[in-house]
Design a protein around this ligand. Structure first.
Ligand code: F6P
Length: 360
């Protein structure tokens, strides 16, 4: 009798921890349930064009501390809107039926989709076509609703915190303002948590449009207190008062790139404060490298939980963590939404109470 077979695919921006999720899925599926596992390559693209690899126990070894994803991923591939060349003319085509055809060809009972907000929105549309899906939340942005944490987030916070620690010493030596620009798309979680951990004096996030004059005032206040340096961490999606919060580039591919706010901020602050301001854009260092122990544990928990959910017939759910407990949620309840930083939340209040400025 044919074995019960599941599929697994990694979509969207990569992050530390993806390979440890794949490892947990494969090991749980084979050891606990005797399932077969088929990996699809390069995100949803592999499902449209049938690019796959059978995953056995040997494929799952050596993955726990390996950054990236052995399956590959794509950040802007939507099976409902594929850019194709039709008689020399570029046009978008709905190729989502090919996803169902590929899964049927491989006799896949349920597909595990590992991704962030845009991936989960696409997964919800595939569910509406009758495809069984279990999702696992991953993104360094931590902006997936209904889960406290996404895979990759804490490792990116570690990376950004270490960068802030390094910037402190050079800022103090040169009496400069140091700006660290971090990723996070249209949410400020990376900036907020690394800013607190890294002792930033000013934390700028998309959720709080900043007043450049108040940022400058905080720098000068510190200078008058004898602190000739300041540390600013700014989310790539942050904007000054009066400007729209930038959209998440992974949702709409004709949106202007998010990065560059750090340089704009530096130029304006140098004029207003007459203090030297230098910029470091952390960029893809936040997406690379080995996962932290926290993310390895989170990946293992969510990966194993996803297979357990399939075994229990709990399809069309996302494996999630709430108050450190596994608590699956319906994909349809979170599709199309993002989790932004609550302005009245504990972290923002605590940061303010220790004197951090949010430029407001
Ligand atoms: O969503 C994860 C993320 O790293 C965002 O923080 C960032 O804005 C985006 O992906 C970058 O996308 P790409 O890898 O396509 O440049």
């Amino acid at each position: 009798m044919a074995k019960f077979r599941i599929g697994v695919v990694t979509c969207g921006g990569d992050c530390p921890g993806l390979n440890s999720v794949i490892r947990a899925v494969v090991k749980t599926a084979i050891y606990n349930y005797g399932y077969e596992v088929v990996g699809f390559k390069d995100g949803y693209l592999g499902l449209v064009y049938n690019r796959f690899i059978k995953l056995g126990l040997p494929d799952a070894s050596g993955l726990l501390d390996k950054g990236g994803t052995i399956l590959g991923t794509t950040n802007n591939f939507d099976p409902f809107r594929v850019l194709v060349d039709h008689d020399g003319e570029k046009q978008y085509k709905d190729m989502s039926d090919r996803v169902a055809d590929t899964l049927k060809m491989h006799d896949i009972h349920c597909l595990i989709v590992i991704g962030g907000t845009s991936t989960i929105s696409i997964a919800n549309r595939l569910i509406e076509k009758g495809i069984n899906i279990v999702a696992i939340p991953k993104t360094i942005d931590n902006d997936v609703p209904a889960t406290d944490m996404t895979i990759g987030f804490m490792t990116s916070v570690n990376t950004a915190t270490q960068a802030l620690d390094k910037l402190h010493s050079t800022a103090e030596s040169h009496h400069r303002v140091m700006i660290l620009e971090v990723m996070g798309a249209s949410s400020g979680w990376v900036s907020l948590e690394s800013g607190i951990a890294g002792g930033a004096d000013i934390i700028l996030i998309p959720e709080i449009p900043y007043d450049i004059n108040l940022v400058a005032r905080r720098i000068l206040e510190r200078k008058n207190q004898g602190k000739g340096f300041s540390i600013i961490v700014v989310s790539e999606g942050s904007r000054p008062l009066g400007h729209d919060v930038a959209q998440d580039p992974t949702i709409d591919d004709d949106v202007q790139p998010l990065n560059g706010i750090g340089s704009q901020l530096a130029a304006e602050l140098e004029k207003l404060t007459r203090v030297e301001v230098k910029v470091t854009v952390l960029g893809y260092l936040q997406r690379g490298g080995e996962p932290s122990p926290y993310d390895r544990i989170l990946s293992t928990r969510l990966g194993a939980s996803a297979v357990d959910m399939i075994a229990a017939g709990k399809y069309n759910m996302m494996a999630a963590i709430s108050n450190d407990q596994l608590r699956p949620v319906k994909i349809s309840d979170i599709a199309g939404k993002i989790k932004t930083v609550p302005l009245d939340g504990e972290l923002v209040q605590i940061a303010r109470s220790i004197g951090v400025s949010f430029g407001d």
